[in-house]
Design a binder for this molecule. Structure first.
Ligand SMILES: Nc1ncnc2c1ncn2[C@@H]1O[C@H](COP(=O)(O)OP(=O)(O)OP(=O)(O)O)[C@@H](O)[C@H]1O
Ligand SMILES: [Mg+2]
Length: 203
């Protein structure tokens, strides 16, 4: 399994280039931080890597990567449903029974320190809990590649460190992990840094 990005450039119709000449290779076991100032194209790059956005130029090869997990920058949930339901639903959709899905969901929630929140409604979660719930849900589906957008934006330093640690462990277990972040601690916890500022036109 390998992610290979070659000479990538992107612009939206009618706008300037966000970045150009971006090359990178990501193997399982590595965590990669995608950094740069607000608006530089971090989220856009993740959507290109996921295959959702077609790049303006260059190529993305997802060699052996069958399943991509994505954690959005802003948590999205169903206000009245429980936190646990949010993690269980994708597993039910994959064909697991509720009895099979719940332990898996609770295990993933435990990784992100959400044991206490399983029975809470989504609307009752704090911003950081909701963000970690989205991580637990993505991890539960055991993706080959996990793309995480600003996972620690709403977390205190200790919780952010713990999330970085979990992402590092997932990489060590064979996942490709990319994290868009402007948090220096989260960036420093990654094995490799891609600073999009270096790929800005004239950057
Ligand atoms: N669909 C779109 N059409 C046109 N412009 C877009 C579109 N999506 C994003 N942009 C613009 O592209 C630029 C990069 O957006 P992006 O969301 O990738 O930035 P970012 O680095 O993730 O920023 P932040 O740190 O604030 O999350 C922004 O100027 C944004 O307004
Ligand atoms: Mg963004």
């Amino acid at each position: 399994m390998r992610l290979v990005v070659h000479d990538l450039a992107h612009r939206f119709p009618g706008t300037d280039l966000l970045f150009e000449h971006l090359d990178m290779t990501v193997d399982p076991g590595m965590t990669v931080a995608v950094c740069g100032p607000s608006g530089c194209g971090k989220s856009t790059l993740l959507s290109i890597l996921a295959g959702w956005e077609k790049p303006y130029a260059g190529s993305v090869e997802r060699i052996g990567i069958a399943r991509t997990g994505w954690v959005f920058q802003n948590p999205v949930g169903v206000a009245q449903r429980s936190a646990l339901d949010h993690v269980v639903f994708p597993l039910l959709a994959k064909g697991f029974s509720r009895e099979e899905a719940e332990p898996q969901a609770l295990e993933a929630m435990g990784l992100f320190d959400l044991d206490h929140a399983a029975g809470r409604r989504f609307s009752e979660l704090s911003g950081g809990e909701a963000q970690r719930l989205m991580l637990a849900r993505a991890v539960c589906s055991r993706p080959d590649m996990l793309l995480v957008d600003e996972p620690t934006a709403q977390l205190d330093t200790r919780t952010a460190h713990s999330v970085s640690h979990v992402l590092g462990n997932l990489a060590n277990q064979g996942m490709i992990v990319l994290v868009a972040t402007h948090d220096p601690d989260t960036r420093d916890a990654c094995d490799h840094v891609v600073d999009l500022a270096h790929y800005a036109p004239n950057g």
